[in-house]
Design a protein around this ligand. Sequence first.
Ligand SMILES: CC(C)(COP(=O)(O)OP(=O)(O)OC[C@H]1O[C@@H](n2cnc3c(N)ncnc32)[C@H](O)[C@@H]1OP(=O)(O)O)[C@@H](O)C(=O)NCCC(=O)NCCS
Length: 164
Amino acid sequence: MEISTPRLTLRAFGSADAPALHRAFIESEVHLRPWIRLPDALPSLETLEARLARFQAWFRADERYHFAVVRRACGSFVGSVILCPDRDEMDLSYWLRHDQTGQGFAMEAVGAVGEVALRRPQTRRLNIFCQRHNFRSARVAARLGFVRAAEAGNIVRWELTRPS
Ligand SMILES: CC(C)(COP(=O)(O)OP(=O)(O)OC[C@H]1O[C@@H](n2cnc3c(N)ncnc32)[C@H](O)[C@@H]1OP(=O)(O)O)[C@@H](O)C(=O)NCCC(=O)NCCS
């Protein structure tokens, strides 16, 4: 499954993306670490290659979709959107390289994946789980029409239900 938007291509990660992902983690660590789960020591290139092979296998098996988000025009790496099916729900998560923020890429990418996810007949609801103080992520969710549905501790669940 490949998704095109006006400025972006979203496609399955391949092992060849490992260097771009490795660079993104190193260069964006300070921006990402407060909000996404990263190990204390960032993964090595070899570890990432193995992980991307796993992501690819999950993608092919329709278990979970780790999309690489790249610029349509030049193929440069922008970030990632992850879609996890869970019965009749699907959970969305996402991140951008620090230097790709503030341009609407998250909205464009997450919105496009959300649309595809809602076309799956069994999908009743999309969720975004977001830390309470992650205002930038909350803004992406709200602008895409997600509503704050529940809170547990530090985590807020945003949801978008299938239009009837
Ligand atoms: C969450 C995250 C993806 C949001 O990134 P973002 O750049 O704020 O979101 P978008 O890419 O949708 O960009 C929106 C901004 O671009 C601006 N923008 C500029 N050009 C734009 C365009 N052509 N179209 C739309 N928006 C545009 C918007 O005005 C908006 O800025 P504002 O919020 O200050 O008004 C990013 O902050 C991130 O990677 N955070 C770390 C990881 C993380 O928190 N992930 C979520 C875990 S729940």
